[in-house]
Structure formats: structure tokens, C-alpha cells
Design a protein around this ligand. Structure first.
Ligand SMILES: C[S@@+](CC[C@H](N)C(=O)[O-])C[C@H]1O[C@@H](n2cnc3c(N)ncnc32)[C@H](O)[C@@H]1O
Length: 287
């Protein structure tokens, strides 16, 4: 066989193996990665194969099919639940100085006591708890006047379990402002536990952002959010799925509400006509 044909045939076989692995993931765990960027998913599977000390996707496929717990490890590797408190601190500074103030003013004017926030793709809870800390600070002297609700969702049950536990190692807390650690965490032998007051503000649940069956976190009942953060989630999706997620988020934001994306994410061209850019550098938009 000619060299180029041999390479093409081998690449084809490789693609078939990855395709087979993804099909098995869908059948056994119901998570559909077909709309995620191909190169990204393959890179993550290769990472898992390397972490296990294997160097051949076929051997891995055999291992996966005979080791039921491996499906969960592979899903965790693909989903990357990496986050930290106040990731990109400037964004959280803008949320606390400008956005929350505008929301309070507007809701006061409308006679509403609620502040409704959705952290979509919340990983282990760091983003949602960071928002809860900001709210606690902003409402310091008038917290009886307001009813804050932070709905936090993710597709990974493993991440949601960790979020519910609210226990974090020091490296997740490097952007925490002086004083917040003592005020909002309890120090334990194994790390830092989020305080009960902050925990009570956050409602975690499982939600698949690309599913047609849901339009907002189930506990939020009707959506209508003042602020949605969907950061560092869409980067892994194809343009078609990004558009689907943005349409869903757009519908869930209330009039004049805000959407904050990750620093490497942007609006689809159709959404650019629907949402006004408030801070283009930090990907903050308003409906
Ligand atoms: C890199 S983390 C981002 C966490 C946080 N938003 C931040 O910016 O630090 C991406 C999260 O998106 C979640 N995710 C991936 N696909 C999802 C989907 N289809 N629906 C909901 N969450 C998803 C992953 O499980 C992961 O926890």
C-alpha cells in the first residue's frame, strides 16, 4: 500500500475508534458529545489514555468496555470541571460595582424583592459561591429587604456533589480578597468549607444546556433571570450548539438582564442583534 493511503486508512480507523467510544458513552451514560468540537474531544480522550499509561486507543476501547467505572472517569476528563473562586477577578469586580447595583436599582423601581441569578455550567460551585459572597457584601446593611436566589447547574453529577459539599483546597481560593476567607469560610483540617449563610443562597441542580427539554434550572420554575453567567462552557461546543445554548440563555434573561460569557467566548452573529455589549473585553451583555 502507498504511504499516503496507509496514513489515510490508519486515520480513518482511529476516527472510527473514537466514534465508537463516544457512541458507547452515549448509550451507557446518556451524554452526547457529538456536538462538541471534535479536536477537543479527541484530545481529552487521548489525555485519559496517556494518564492510564496506555498508548493505543484500541487497547483503551477494550479496557473501557470491560471496566464500567471507566465511563465516569472518561466523562470527567472530557467535561473538565476546572474552576476557581473569582475566576478573572475584574469580571467579578464589574459585577459587584456596576451590575448588581443596576439590578438592585431596577428591581427596587419595579417593586421586586428578588435577585435571580443563574450560574450555568457551575463546575464544583466556585462561581456560584463567588456570586453569593458578592451579594452578601453588597447587601450587608439591607439583607432583610432582598431575596437573592442563585441557581447553579451542571451536567456533571460528580461536580454537583462536590459543589454541594462546598469544601475547597487553598489553590481554588487564590483570588479571594483579604478578609473574605475568614468571613465566609470555615477552616478545617482538610481545607476550607463555605459558610452556611453563603451555602443557603445557592440551589444546585443537574441541567444539560444543550437539551431541548429544559429552558432554565428546574427549581427556578420560570427563569426570568437578572443575571446569567455561562463562562468557559461554550468553548467546547460546535457553533451549532453554541447558538442553541445562547438562544436558551437569551430566553431565560429578563428584560434589561445581563449575560456574562468567558473571556474566550463570544456571541453568535444572530445574538449580536439581540444583546447589547456592555463590556466587550469582559464579554458582558445586556438584553
Ligand atoms: C471549565 S468548567 C467552567 C466552570 C465555571 N463556569 C468557570 O468559568 O470557572 C465547564 C463546565 O461546563 C460543564 N458542562 C459541559 N457540558 C455541559 C452541558 N452540556 N450542560 C451543562 N454543563 C456542561 C462541565 O461539566 C464543567 O463543569
Amino acid at each position: 500500500m502507498e504511504k499516503s493511503n496507509f496514513l489515510a486508512e490508519n486515520n480513518h480507523k482511529m476516527d472510527a475508534i473514537y466514534h465508537h467510544i463516544l457512541e458507547n458513552l452515549y448509550k451507557t451514560r446518556g451524554i452526547d458529545f457529538s456536538g462538541y468540537r471534535n479536536s477537543f474531544v479527541i484530545k481529552q480522550i487521548e489525555k485519559r489514555i496517556a494518564d492510564l499509561g496506555m498508548n493505543d486507543p484500541n487497547t483503551y476501547r477494550f479496557f473501557l468496555e470491560n471496566t464500567i467505572s471507566e465511563y465516569d472517569h472518561l466523562i470527567d476528563t472530557i467535561l473538565i470541571n476546572v474552576s476557581c473562586f473569582f475566576r478573572d477577578p475584574i469580571v467579578f469586580e464589574i459585577i459587584s460595582q456596576d451590575i448588581l447595583q443596576n439590578i438592585l436599582e431596577r428591581n427596587s423601581y419595579l417593586g421586586s424583592k428578588e435577585i435571580r441569578i443563574w450560574s450555568a455550567g457551575c463546575a464544583n460551585g466556585e462561581e456560584a459561591y463567588s456570586l453569593a459572597i458578592l451579594i452578601a457584601e453588597v447587601l450587608k446593611n439591607e439583607d432583610n429587604k432582598w431575596e437573592p436566589y442563585i441557581f447553579a447547574t451542571d451536567i456533571s453529577n460528580d461536580a454537583l456533589q462536590k459543589a454541594e459539599m462546598g469544601m475547597y483546597s487553598r489553590d481554588k481560593l487564590e483570588h479571594i480578597k483579604l478578609g473574605f476567607l475568614d468571613k465566609y469560610f470555615d477552616s478545617t483540617a482538610t481545607g476550607f468549607k463555605i459558610s452556611q449563610k453563603i451555602k443557603e443562597m445557592v440551589i444546585f441542580s443537574n441541567d444539560n444546556l444543550v437539551s431541548y427539554e429544559t429552558f432554565a434550572p428546574k427549581d427556578s420554575i420560570f427563569g426570568e433571570f437578572d443575571l446569567i453567567l455561562c463562562r468557559n462552557v461554550m468553548i467546547y461546543f460546535s457553533l451549532v450548539l453554541q447558538e442553541r445554548i445562547l438562544t436558551k440563555l437569551y430566553k431565560a434573561i429578563k428584560h434589561k438582564g445581563y449575560l456574562v460569557l468567558g473571556n474566550c467566548e463570544s456571541l453568535s452573529s444572530s445574538m449580536k442583534n439581540q444583546l447589547m455589549s456592555v463590556n466587550s473585553k469582559h464579554r458582558i451583555y445586556q438584553k
